[in-house]
Design a protein around this ligand. Sequence first.
Ligand code: 3H9
Length: 690
Amino acid sequence: MAGSARVDQHREGDVLIVTMVNPPVNTLGRPLRRDLLAALENAEADPTIKAVVVTGRGNFSAGADLAEFDSGEGLAEPTLHLTIAGYLDSMKTPTIAAITGVALGGGLELALACSARIAERDSRLGLPETTLGFMPGAGGTQRLPRAIGIEAALDLIMTGRSVDGSQALSMGLVDAIDSDVIAAAIAMAARLAASASASANANAKPRLRDDAVEEPLAEALVEAARRSAARNPRVNAGVLDALAALSAAVTLPFDKGLAREFELFRSLALQPEARAARYRFLSERAAGRVPTPDESTTPVSRAAVVGAGTMGRGITLALLGAGVVTTIIDTDLERVDSAVAAIAAELERSVSKGRLSGRQRDEQLASLTGVVGLDGAADVDAVIEAVFEDLQVKIDVFAQLDSIARPGTILASNTSSLDLNLIAGATKRPESVVGMHFFSPANIMKLVEVVNGAHTAPATLASTVALAKRMKKIPVVAEVGPGFIGNRIFDQYLRQANSLVLEGLEPSRVDRVLEAWGMAMGPFRVLDVIGNDVPWMARRAAPGAKDPAWAIADAVAERGWFGRKSGIGWYRYAADGSSSPNSEVGSLYSPGRGDRAIDDAEIVERCVLAMVREAADVLEAAIAASSADVDTVMVNGYGFPARHGGPWFFASDLGFDRANRAMVKWARVTSDPFWEPSTFLRSREDRPTP
Ligand code: 3H9
């Protein structure tokens, strides 16, 4: 074996096998690109090498290194699009891509520039760039339609979905599937080498660039897709630009199409939306990296969920989906039975929607039991408590679990705001107690705040994070503090919205403006969903003086206007599901009476910067380990617009200096002590990193 740190090379007769080695997923960072190009150049210069097999250790390649674009390295020489793919095109020596694991984005584009492709049956191939707010930039929009036709290429590029080896074979994306791709590639190499040397043509090997997109309706299909995408406000710029590049693929010669693709890609890659998408991708993965302790961690194969309400059912579904044998526990048989029936119905719905096979449903149902009483938690690896959000109730449950669960069981509480240390204190094993704050519906929502109690052992934390990942969640570690990360920050956003109403704005206007800016739901709509009684009771229970900012919210709750569940809150809800602003709320304040005009920009700035201001305190108190964690929580759990990356990313784009000056201004204008300057925020630099 020879080669460089990132590329292994070995010969099988007159075939050179070039293996990319950049674990875990062979991203095509600049050092790998350099080594790969050097290996290809050496092979081309060696007359004894008749063909080259390009492959990857473990995975073929997950494409461009997303961390490289912001440093400029992503587009530095040797580039993937022209230099490497262009070199593959120019080689006389045939090249075969032997695909194992994933070939995504630039990884698939590399394979498409080879003379042929062979994949394992369960490999994953696709161009997911548009899901990251940008587009394929290394020939994908030009070579893919030449390989599989324009209709299938439109589908793969616009949805970003991947296909397995068998599907890839049937659509013509690969030439063969095989369980031993290297052996199959060597056999194919011999055939390609023989026909190349038999041909008088110096470049006789197959190249997608030599084909045309031969479909009479190709142009019309791209145009129809473009028109429908342009009408859809949710479509991102990546899809629209990818369509422009696909249009070039069907109307322009290959090289011109390639140049057009790269021009679009380069400008798009630097746009805020694509930057935010890359930042989110890397932040979400960074959030799940916790130190692996020396002590053994607990692999969870059996779990119990205590509490068969909505949250408990959602958590159970997520556990079943992760292959965990799960017992759902409550205090009476009726509740248990109705939870089991509801879970079965939900699994059935997933089957009818094609998300689950009949076999998977049967396996999951066979892994589910419902029992009355905490004894059901006696022999499991993890217990997740999801009972009523009341400290004493939770303390009682944990005290009982302490005497029932076997040693080493993870004891997790789904509390959203209570002091985990007090809950852990009810047991003689606080090292096994941890928080798992799920978001409703827990089988759908990705975020889980994993709460690290004062005595939680590192092994408990690591095992819980691993369990959350298996449940396909995005775990973010939070330290104990009121509202942990998300509720604490979101509370200030809600409070600011309430202040604006006190100053004379209509709640529905505040909602409209923030929704137009991108929040999934306006603050008053959120309050109506949560139930206005819930935060009201928490405020009443809290010690200290009343905060005047909540005066109207208190009055709304005092009138029994609890929101959706009571048919009236900030809005009125009709039986047909429609809603309209509750005009009676106007009698609680003085609409339009504020002594100055408040424009839409102020609504957005105050509500969003309120989250930034609180996030500064959360970070300073080390409740969250990084600003990327804060952003991951707010985007995945609270409907913060993904295209803005998260509150901290938003502030960094705005400039922390500008954000600070705005806060000084709001302190002066509103006389609200909340806006007191933060020294932590003042010391920030303008670019957050995951
Ligand atoms: C592109 O190719 C542009 C081209 O068209 C043009 C170029 C000119 N970059 O997800 P996991 C890391 S755009 C950087 O936890 P899984 C990830 O952060 C790219 N890092 O594992 C994590 O790091 P760590 C198009 C990446 O098994 C580790 O790898 N490609 C990248 O659940 C494991 O990842 C894509 O969009 C990356 N591209 O899933 C594919 N990919 O270990 C994006 C992964 O430090 N990637 N990492 O926590 C994926 O979809 C999934 O990661 C994959 C593995 C399916 C590959």
